[in-house]
Design a protein around this ligand. Structure first.
Ligand code: FES
Length: 105
């Protein structure tokens, strides 16, 4: 095993788990489209090499979903909708800016 340090300042895990309407799940509430919108915005802002957006399976907090977890900052965004895109990007921007300050010290 090789142990490395991630190249990303933060990594967004967007739960897209779908239970096909049989039980509450993030993927049934629009997260695949939201993930695509987040990825597009990350690319537009030039953060592609420092912010990663990945599809995630169930994050274990379905009832509060749809959910996005941000690591390594340990941020859980719950009840997200497409309308939250500006706030999600603002949170990522805050992380990118703080992490940049930490690197410069
Ligand atoms: S289905 Fe998304 S947290 Fe469980």
């Amino acid at each position: 095993m090789k142990k490395c340090i991630t190249p990303y300042k933060c990594h967004l895990f967007v739960c897209t788990n779908s239970r096909k309407g049989e039980q509450k799940s993030c993927g049934d509430e629009g997260t695949p489209d939201l993930k695509a919108a987040i990825k597009a915005e990350i690319k537009n802002r030039g953060w592609k090499g420092i912010v990663r957006v990945s599809t995630s399976g169930c994050l274990g907090v379905c009832e509060s979903g749809p959910n996005i977890m941000i690591y390594p900052q340990k941020v859980l965004l719950s009840g997200v909708t497409r309308n939250d895109l500006p706030d999600i990007i603002a949170k990522v921007e805050e992380i990118v800016n703080v992490e940049s300050l930490n690197v410069e010290r």
